[in-house]
Design a binder for this molecule. Structure first.
Ligand code: 13P
Length: 260
């Protein structure tokens, strides 16, 4: 079974003092847990401070975005060598908020995925359909397009170093999460595509996280699905006790009893 991964995406929230307190709370709360990977993606201004707080603990650092060039005249951007220098393990790529607000294109997202792999930072490639796309029956078409373009030109053996996050846009920040069955259906579809793009063996190792209104009170049902390998958590990652509870539930995933 794949080790669950739970990543907190703090988005554009909090001061440096807030970030320090939250990181320390998460670090202390998950200290005794085994068989789960935990990541925190603070705003760029807090990356170094959070990195110091979680250093030597099982909690890994992640960034919310990156540029694909190593350096240069790109005002306001942050490069992969900068993130690697801070010992970032993860970088979110193609989050729907960036696709929508910053007009990030599939081509840029692909460049970012490949740059992250070059610098040994694991890209967490985010895909997901809007509410309209789901209503029109375009869920699979949408996520397939995002996955294929995100991984274009990535050699099969490198696909195993990518993480995927299925984040239906209609579930982000709305309080309406995808049901475990809805998420598992899309995750299974994504894993089938990964088998085609790489191999069945490689696809079976790729963590596919669910994101969108994950909370302490729905995490257990989501984590119990064998196709859901963890969560990418927004709002509920901003309070240490709630986030730690989600991590614990992912670590102790229990498969649901299924009627035949
Ligand atoms: P919420 O958990 O606040 O819905 O956000 C999900 C998300 O976008 C994580 O990247």
């Amino acid at each position: 079974m794949r080790t669950p991964v739970v990543i907190g995406n703090w988005k554009m929230q909090g001061t440096l003092a807030d970030a320090r307190a939250l990181a320390a709370g998460v670090r202390d709360g998950v200290r005794r847990l085994k068989d789960v990977h935990v990541g925190l993606c603070p705003p760029f201004t807090a990356l170094a401070a959070v990195g110091e707080i979680v250093a030597g603990s099982p909690v890994k650092l992640g960034a919310q975005n990156c540029h694909w060039e190593d350096a240069g005249a790109h005002t306001g951007e942050i490069s992969l060598p900068m993130l690697a220098d801070l010992k970032c393990t993860y970088v979110l790529v193609g989050h729907s908020e960036r696709r929508r607000e910053m007009r990030e294109t599939d081509d840029w997202i692909n460049l970012k995925v490949r740059a992250a792999l070059r610098h040994h930072v694991s890209p967490v490639l985010c895909v997901g359909e809007t509410g309209d796309e789901r209503r029109q029956g375009l869920t699979f078409t949408t996520v397939e397009g995002q996955l294929r373009s995100g991984l274009a030109g990535v050699p099969a053996e490198e696909v195993g170093r990518v993480l995927l996050a299925y984040e239906p846009v209609w579930a982000i920040g709305t309080g309406v999460n995808a049901t475990p069955a809805q998420a598992a259906e899309v995750h299974g579809y994504l894993r089938g595509l990964l088998s085609e793009l790489a191999s069945k063996e490689i696809a079976s190792t790729v963590p596919i996280l669910y994101g969108g209104s994950v909370k302490a009170d729905n995490a257990q049902a989501l984590a119990a699905e064998s196709e859901i390998d963890g969560m990418l958590v927004g709002g509920a990652s901003l309070q240490a006790p709630g986030f730690v509870s989600i991590v614990k539930q992912a670590a102790h995933r229990v498969a649901p009893a299924r009627s035949k």
